[in-house]
Design a protein around this ligand. Structure first.
Ligand SMILES: Cc1cc2nc3c(=O)[nH]c(=O)nc-3n(C[C@H](O)[C@H](O)[C@H](O)COP(=O)(O)OP(=O)(O)OC[C@H]3O[C@@H](n4cnc5c(N)ncnc54)[C@H](O)[C@@H]3O)c2cc1C
Length: 477
């Protein structure tokens, strides 16, 4: 019998698992996918919003402010990138300037530094601002991360401290027993005293399995993006937001940790929980909206487009509560600013539900994560040392991102290691560059097959049963 079973390995489930791993408790995390962070945590704007945007007296406001404060130290602990690039909310008329003033007041109340800048002050910070922009609210605290890397690093560390992580386990039924829960997947059964529902887009379905009723609904809202190549790294320096409206934060311009630029997202309510297609209308809307924030957009540098689904709920706030079934905890409706709030949500769940029930003692020996060797970031002397020690650090597979064979092997062999082409791409970036995997993908398939001791025909592109290769040369499909 586990103490705690966590359903869902996005940023929320992963950070709850990480928080638990600091204590002596038996925890298993289940995810239906073949990798951690394969749904909403994989496709979003990656911003650690400072916390002045959410309405007063909401869980979103409370968790965002606290989460943003915890991020820098969390990323240091997990040895993942965190860049405090700051943000500008841009106003194009007097009415929008009033909105900036309201946001500045709210920020002050929440202890967040902001200042209103006029156009000439803004142009000293950002040279490509649209001619329409007249004022901006600067917030130095806004930061960016790589969301899936935070989640993967949290799980790697949790696993090094006795947490179990089981992938390809879709929860299909939950029974309340006298002494806890019986949780069933297609293949296995798990028993646990407490179940934490972090199932993102499927949190309402998982809730219904345990409670027999749908006490809330998850209403997917799709957001689409363009990605610009790293050659545009200096197109903007800050996260650029338009003035927020009832409809949300709007279409943004966002620098990423690795030097790409994201343009998006739009916001479209849809009925399907798996539909991450991009659409002509959605992408056209982004092209048009971005023009209100910036000019000289290097559209010729678009290397990719994608979309993600916000797991919004009909309650319009985060749902973090014990359900009508004792010890079944919902952490649901975690739409934006869910990424920024995640460390605070994990802390809140631990302090309000886990600690009062179990009173676990703290681990005296906590195993910290070893950082990956990243050849592209090494000094010449370090590169030489690594290559002399292991020549596979000198065999470059991905020319765009300068990734070596050994870095890919390492990411397959680590805790919660990569099992698909996309899982390798999430960890070490082959395929994230201008060629989008055109040159390196066959090599990644070969390395996955060799390292895992399977046939290249068995290597999945992303989800389970998505083989890259359909047949051997000369064989029918
Ligand atoms: C377009 C967009 C932009 C955003 N931008 C930002 C931003 O800039 N800043 C910010 O703070 N937030 C942002 N967000 C919100 C943020 O991405 C989410 O709040 C966060 O990723 C939610 O994490 P999660 O763990 O709840 O969900 P997920 O990452 O979706 O994780 C849920 C997991 O549960 C698993 N699962 C589901 N059902 C089952 C089952 N039956 N059995 C087992 N496993 C199951 C899934 O496979 C999945 O891995 C954005 C979201 C979107 C879509």
């Amino acid at each position: 019998m586990e103490d705690i079973l966590i359903i869902g390995g996005g940023i929320i489930g992963s950070l709850i698992a990480y928080q638990c791993s600091k204590f002596h408790c038996n925890v298993t995390l289940l995810d239906k996918e073949n990798d951690i962070a394969n749904e909403t945590t994989m496709a979003n704007s990656a911003i650690i919003h400072a916390g002045y945007d959410p309405e007063e007296y909401t869980m979103k406001a409370r968790m965002n402010v606290r989460g943003a404060r915890l991020y820098a130290s969390l990323c240091r602990e997990l040895k993942v990138d965190y860049k405090q690039v700051g943000s500008l909310v841009l106003a194009r008329n007097e009415e929008e300037l009033n909105t900036l003033r309201k946001l500045a007041q709210r920020a002050k109340k929440r202890g967040i530094n902001t200042e209103i800048l006029n156009r000439s002050e803004l142009l000293m910070q950002e040279k490509n601002l649209s001619d329409e922009v007249i004022y901006g609210l600067r917030c130095p605290q806004t930061a960016i991360v790589t969301p899936w890397k935070v989640a993967i690093a949290a799980i790697e560390t949790a696993m090094a401290n006795q947490v179990k992580c089981e992938l390809n386990q879709e929860v299909i039924a939950i029974e309340k027993m006298e002494d806890g829960f019986l949780v069933k997947t297609q293949e296995k059964e798990y028993r646990a005293q407490m179940v934490i529902n972090c199932a993102g887009l499927h949190a309402d379905d998982v809730h219904e399995m345990a409670c027999g009723t749908r006490d809330f609904e998850i209403l997917p809202r799709r957001g689409e993006y363009f990605v610009l190549s790293k050659d545009c790294a200096h197109f903007v320096n800050h996260v650029l937001y338009p003035c927020p409206t009832e409809a949300g934060k709007g279409v943004l311009v966002v620098p990423t940790v690795h030097g790409n630029i994201l343009l998006g997202p739009n916001a479209e309510n849809i009925n399907e929980k798996e539909n991450v297609d991009t659409t002509k209308n959605g992408l056209e809307y982004i092209r048009e909206s971005v023009g209100h924030l910036v000019k000289n957009v290097p559209w010729g540098e678009v290397i990719h487009s994608f979309s993600g689904l916000r797991p919004a709920s009909d309650r319009n706030d985060f749902i973090i509560e014990e359900s009508r079934v004792k010890d079944f905890i919902d952490v649901a409706g975690i739409e934006s600013p869910g990424l920024a709030s995640a460390p605070a949500i994990a802390e809140y769940v631990f302090e309000n539900f886990i600690e009062p029930k179990f009173h676990f003692s703290k681990r005296l020996y906590f195993s910290h994560r070893q950082k990956n060797i990243e050849i592209a970031k090494c000094s010449d002397a370090d590169k030489k040392m690594y290559i002399e020690h292991n020549p596979r650090y000198g065999e470059i597979v991905c020319r765009c991102e300068q990734i070596s064979v050994q870095e890919i092997v390492n990411c397959i062999k680590r805790n919660c290691g990569a099992r698909s082409v996309v899982a390798v791409k999430k960890r070490v970036r082959p395929g994230m560059g201008k060629c989008q995997g055109g040159f390196c993908e066959p090599m990644v398939v070969k390395i996955l097959a060799e390292t895992l001791g399977i046939s290249p025909l068995e290597v999945d592109y992303n989800k389970k049963n998505s083989p890259v290769l359909l047949a051997k040369k000369g064989e029918d499909e």
